[in-house]
Design a protein around this ligand. Structure first.
Ligand code: ADP
Ligand code: MG
Length: 221
């Protein structure tokens, strides 16, 4: 995948996606074909193979669902909505999962902030970023979400205590299919970035080795 992205720096997003999809789906398909050949040859221990085959099918399934989400026309259902309330809803939704991994989801708000936005799209962004934070903290810890307001922006920042991101990789995070996870799709940040830009904002990524990362969503007020 690495090689594809270096060559595709100048390709359109659609071109990068197409190249990535072909690659990401071909790998599990190749492995499925291999396992079927092994089974045809009459292997013992079939159950172990079925398990791996199901995992490969699940991988293809996850990629397809995320792609369906992207290919849906962005319904622009914008209205005035409270960012505080949206973030709070998402935190409540993810709290149970976080607790299982010894992670506290903390929330700092200075004031109630209302902006013109598409609620379901923005909620998707908050879910993606907080989930990423949780997934980086194998040993537990705190994920701190802070909302504040400047003259220009409502800034929602999500700070984790994970391993951080090496500097040379930060610019790759928003590219489709860049993932360091065994079962990752590498689509979450690309989708999130697209939604934020659809709101005329931007996503800032800061990270220090061993000190965790902070993802700051800037949305114009
Ligand atoms: P996925 O979660 O499926 O891997 P994403 O687009 O959400 O896809 O994230 C892409 C990659 O960015 C992750 O695989 C990980 O390497 C990196 N990343 C995202 N969030 C964080 C974070 N909070 N800390 C460190 N690395 C992160
Ligand atoms: Mg993700």
């Amino acid at each position: 995948a690495e090689e594809i992205f270096i060559r595709s720096e100048k390709m359109s997003i659609a071109g990068q996606l197409a190249a990535g999809i072909a690659h990401e789906i071909r790998n599990p398909l190749t492995s499925l074909r291999g396992f079927i050949q092994l089974l045809e040859a009459g292997m013992e221990n079939k159950e172990a193979y079925y398990k791996i085959m199901m995992d490969e099918i699940e991988k293809i399934n996850t990629i397809t669902s995320e792609l369906l989400f992207i290919s849906k026309p962005m319904t622009d259902e914008k209205s005035e909505a409270s960012v505080t309330e949206m973030v709070s809803d998402v935190i409540t939704l993810l709290k149970t999962q976080a607790n299982l991994y010894n992670i506290n989801l903390l929330f700092n708000v200075e004031e109630e902030i209302v902006i013109y936005c598409d609620r379901s799209q923005l909620k998707q962004v908050f879910i993606n970023l907080i989930k990423n934070a949780i997934e980086e903290m194998a040993d537990g810890g705190d994920v701190i979400t802070t909302i504040k307001k400047t003259e220009e922006y409502c800034i929602i920042s999500i700070k984790d205590q994970g391993p951080g991101i090496p500097k040379h990789l930060i610019h790759k995070l928003k590219e489709p299919f860049f993932t360091t996870k065994k079962n990752g799709t590498g689509l979450g940040l690309m989708i999130s970035n697209q939604i934020i830009e659809n709101h005329h904002g931007f996503l800032q990524i800061e990270s220090e080795n061993d000190k965790g990362s902070t993802f700051s969503i800037h949305l114009p007020v």
